[in-house]
Design a binder for this molecule. Structure first.
Ligand code: PLP
Length: 430
């Protein structure tokens, strides 16, 4: 079976039962796997044979789900991780060590921003955060001889900056390093960054991919396209012997999937942040309807954005597909099927009125979550981005009055009547 249509891949990729096997992808809830001889087991440890031996390294359920996501993204291989944070962290740690440097867009998720500006610098990996809208020549100035990767989000959470992926890919490749894209908000239904030149794609599968707010998870998809050997001096971990595996050289042994094999054999083995088979099963369950859910999230968000724009109390509203949006043209190019279900806006009167407005919502719940089936709302400056200074907030594109409104799968008219009654509350108080 080799289907190409992404809708079919959502439903079927990753698992094909043989005669008499379960129709539904099975949950292999086992830490270990049995083999007949000690010699065979030894070969598994030397990576000479492929097979499962311990679920900290690999698990069949997790691998099937990762294979589905790799198919959706058009990648060569995929790996699930315990969370989206782990995916971002390991995507970089797999190719960087103390003394290395990464260029990252400044408009990224708050957790990623903490990881890049607080935790990873303590490990000796430095980041330069750049305004992604700057022209190429300006962005080039951020690169150093020890730069090993470029990182950015397709659609940034929560500032909804749409990335010019081709510009970032050109920059990364001109400097001999891979482009890593966090594609959480767009999902492969709305954008496949590998087709625009990205080398590695990471996800918080916690969001739209699983879609129902049941499980935390992440994934790293390897395009298989980056030529590590052509830039061998930058990536010794991939192109010189790994003494922890009897001196194998990942690029020689694994070719296009060298990055993924190193990730699993070394990073995941040593650090251990795997996704559980049960969570992977739930993630797969969610992905089976991803192609149906994403258009509805987007349709609801556009209606909500248009409604908000028409209210006199709205100070501003951002949604990439709203005519007049700063990112309208980039969205048309990279996100022709839709962007995401998240709309951001501010209410006139500033922070206090915005908070009053949020507290008055009934259908939309105040939760630390985004991008799931139920409409939810959050004030990043008080919640997810609380750790950032005002200066960092501005650099991350998060205005202090920004309300992040994540449109779920309910009827648009019900979401809008909820907003309407909250506007009435603040109108009465004005
Ligand atoms: C939520 C999120 C993350 C972090 O993922 P977790 O699964 O919460 O660890 C990373 N990037 C983006 C864009 C996110 O929205």
């Amino acid at each position: 079976m080799n289907f190409k249509n992404i809708d079919t891949l959502c439903v079927q990729a990753g698992y094909e039962p043989k005669n008499g096997e379960s129709r539904v992808m099975p949950i292999i809830q086992s830490t270990t796997f049995k083999y007949g001889t000690s010699e065979y087991m030894g070969k598994l440890f030397d990576l000479e044979e492929s097979g499962y031996f311990y679920s900290r390294l690999q698990n069949p359920t997790c691998d099937m789900v990762a294979a589905k996501l790799a198919a959706l993204e058009g990648g060569a291989a995929g790996t699930l991780t315990a969370s989206g944070q782990t995916a971002s962290f390991l995507s970089i740690l797999n190719i960087c060590g103390a003394g290395d440097h990464v260029v990252s867009s400044a408009t990224i998720y708050g957790g990623t921003s903490n990881l890049f500006t607080v935790t990873m610098p303590k490990m000796g990996i430095d980041f330069t955060l750049v305004d992604p809208d700057l022209p190429e020549e300006e962005l080039q100035k951020a690169f150093r001889p020890n730069t090993k990767a470029v990182f950015a989000e397709t659609i940034s959470n929560p500032s909804l900056v749409v990335l010019d992926i081709e510009k970032f890919a050109r920059l990364a490749h001109r400097n001999g390093v891979p482009l890593i894209i966090d594609n959480t908000f767009a999902t492969p239904i709305n954008c496949r960054p590998i087709e625009w030149g990205a080398d590695i794609v990471v996800h918080s599968t916690t969001k739209y991919l699983e879609g129902h707010a049941c499980t935390i998870g992440g994934a790293i998809i390897d395009s298989g396209n980056f030529d590590w050997e052509a830039n061998a001096e930058k990536f010794p971990g991939l192109t010189t012997p790994d003494e922890s595996y009897h001196g194998i050289i990942y690029t020689e042994r694994f070719g296009r999937t060298a990055y993924t094999n190193k990730l699993v054999a070394q990073m995941i083995r040593d650090l251990g942040p795997v996704q559980s088979p049960m969570n992977a099963f739930l993630l797969n369950h969610g992905m089976e309807s991803l192609h149906l859910r994403m258009p509805r999230h987007c349709e609801n968000a556009l209606k909500v954005a248009e409604y908000l724009k028409a209210q006199p109390e709205t100070a501003w509203v951002d949604y990439p597909e709203l005519p007049g949006s700063k990112y309208y043209e980039l969205a048309k190019k990279y996100l022709p099927k839709g962007s995401c279900g998240v709309v951001t806006f501010g209410i006139k009167g500033g922070r206090d009125v915005s908070i009053k407005f949020m507290d008055s919502l009934k259908l939309a719940a105040i939760v630390t979550h985004v991008a799931d089936a139920r409409t939810c709302v959050l004030h990043p400056a008080s919640h997810t981005h609380r750790q950032l200074s005002d200066e960092q907030l501005v650099a991350a594109g998060v205005r202090p009055d920004l309300i992040r409104f994540s449109c779920g799968l309910e009827a648009a008219e019900d979401i809008i009547s909820d907003l309407e009654q909250a506007f009435e509350v603040i109108r009465k108080e004005a």
